[in-house]
Design a protein around this ligand. Structure first.
Ligand SMILES: O=C(CO)[C@@H](O)[C@H](O)COP(=O)(O)O
Ligand SMILES: [Fe+2]
Length: 220
């Protein structure tokens, strides 16, 4: 599958979100990090902001829910118009039901794993998901250093996904820049979240082009 870039608005100016969304016309998605002070020690934004963003941009929203009760809230993000809703395996108590609800509401269903969570126990859930998100930092904050230790897991996840027909997208999130994106692409990731590397750059459009080119180079 072609490389996809999903800039994280966590690194954008929250007072100017509509402008920040418009600043990345060459992005495939807009990554929206929802944090609730419980699952992670940070608080960002929730449903009202996602609803407002939905009206402010045509870019599909890739909502990454770092919240304690995704079973309750994930379907609401799909109803709010998110194109993709990702729940954390560590937080969901009924992941199969929740993933099915997300899909039934017309969104892509994602399952996220923290760096220390093994991927193998989730092989049986692959039928229920459209995207696996492997965190390459501990969730909660932007601007952290990429965890190299996750790369072997990305490789194992790619093998798993291939065994199941290759339909499931493999996303990496955290510390993705022009250097680390190539290693992730080579290991098998195909959807790349980048916050600081895009919104911290003086030219976000150029930054996305460079990230995409680096990923393409690594797999060509
Ligand atoms: O989910 C998260 C953090 O928990 C990410 O989406 C970050 O927003 C990525 O930021 P960078 O590491 O690219 O700065
Ligand atoms: Fe994220």
């Amino acid at each position: 599958m072609a490389v996809q870039i999903s800039p994280s608005i966590l690194a954008a100016d929250f007072a100017r979100l509509a402008d920040e969304a418009a600043a990345v016309p060459n992005a495939d998605w807009l990554h929206v990090d929802v944090m609730d002070y419980h699952f992670v020690p940070n608080l960002t934004l929730g449903l009202p902001v996602v609803e407002a963003l939905r009206k402010a941009t045509d870019k599909p929203l890739d909502c990454h829910l770092m919240i304690a009760d995704p079973d309750r809230w994930a379907p609401r993000y799909a109803e709010a118009g998110a194109g993709s809703v990702t729940i954390h395996a560590e937080a969901a108590k009924a992941p199969i039901r929740t993933l099915r609800e997300i899909r039934a509401l017309g969104a892509r269903a994602g399952l996220a794993l923290n760096p220390a969570t093994p991927v193998e126990p989730y092989e049986d859930l692959l039928e229920e998901v459209d995207m696996l998100l492997l965190m390459t930092v501990e969730p909660g904050f932007g601007g952290q250093k990429f965890l190299e230790m996750v790369l072997p897991k990305v490789r194992r996840a790619r093998e798993m996904v291939s065994r199941h027909g290759g339909r499931v997208w493999l996303q990496v999130d955290g510390g993705i820049d022009e250097d680390t994106i190539g290693r992730c692409a080579e290991a098998g990731a195909d959807v790349f979240v980048a916050g600081s590397a895009v919104y911290g750059a003086s030219d976000p459009v150029e930054a996305i082009d460079k990230l995409r080119a680096a990923a393409d180079r690594a797999i060509s």
